[in-house]
Design a protein around this ligand. Structure first.
Ligand code: SF4
Length: 241
């Protein structure tokens, strides 16, 4: 059994919004980005006073308690891949456990990780859900504090591996919703795979830090418009939230 432990912000034993079906979701503490639109900014620092150190064995026991009701396990954040060795060992533990091995394993990520991290996770991970905060690197930097070169590489790499479950686009009005940028995003993603599942999420201010409460919320009309642009660009599986 692995002796790894992780800095855990929160565990949700039953979630319907973190991948397919009912999922046990682990939110790891610490993030490589500092997004203006972050709904969980308390997960950004590497550690907080209430951060829990949880071992692989402890979490496997908690997952076993919920197992009859689960379709799978998701690790999210913060940024999950900041503690990728823990994910590798946790998912490896799931695969090695006769009761748990039927569960699917997913990672919810901002995509800012090197190819070797994905290659370590691929043997034990069924699917990756990757955020693309903006196609243009300068817009991405404005939104997150970092450029998106690694994110774009990750999307290509994971798609090539056959494990890219979906790409998520968070629409922040006035920041990343310009029609030409949406059209170029559609072109880029459709060139990768027109059947790629793309999820458009309307920005809400809930949970966002006080200094960023000035950001505008997405309207249903904007989300519908974005979907139309993406579909016109050749994407056949666009979902809105
Ligand atoms: S990547 Fe996610 S957790 Fe990290 S700062 Fe951005 S929104 Fe928050």
């Amino acid at each position: 059994m692995s002796s790894m432990s992780a800095r855990v912000a929160e565990v949700i034993p039953f979630s319907w919004v973190d991948g397919p079906g009912n999922r046990f979701t682990v939110f790891l503490q610490g993030c490589s980005f500092d997004c203006l639109a972050c709904h969980n900014p308390q997960t950004i620092p590497p550690r907080r006073p209430d951060t829990r150190d949880a071992s692989v064995a402890e979490l496997l026991e908690e997952i076993r308690s919920a197992e009859p009701y689960l379709a799978g396990l998701t690790v999210s954040g913060g940024e999950a891949t900041g503690q990728w060795r823990f994910i590798r060992d946790l998912f490896g533990g799931v695969r090695a456990d006769p009761r748990l091995r039927r569960l699917t394993t997913f990672v919810d990520t901002n995509g800012h990780a090197l190819p070797r991290v994905w290659d370590e996770l691929l043997p034990v991970t069924d699917g990756f859900m990757v955020d693309l905060k903006a196609l243009d690197s300068d817009v991405h930097r404005r939104l997150t504090g970092r450029g998106n070169e690694l994110v774009r590489d990750s999307i290509r790499h994971l798609h090539g591996s056959g494990r890219l479950h979906e790409v998520r686009l968070l629409l922040v009005p006035g920041v990343n919703d310009a029609p030409d940028q949406l059209a170029r995003t559609a072109d880029w993603l459709a060139a990768l795979d027109p059947d790629l599942r793309v999820v458009v999420i309307g920005f809400r201010r809930h949970g966002v830090r006080p200094e960023f409460q000035v950001l505008l919320e997405s309207t249903p009309e904007l989300v519908a418009f974005a979907r139309e642009v993406l579909e016109r660009g050749g994407l056949r599986t666009v979902v809105t939230v």
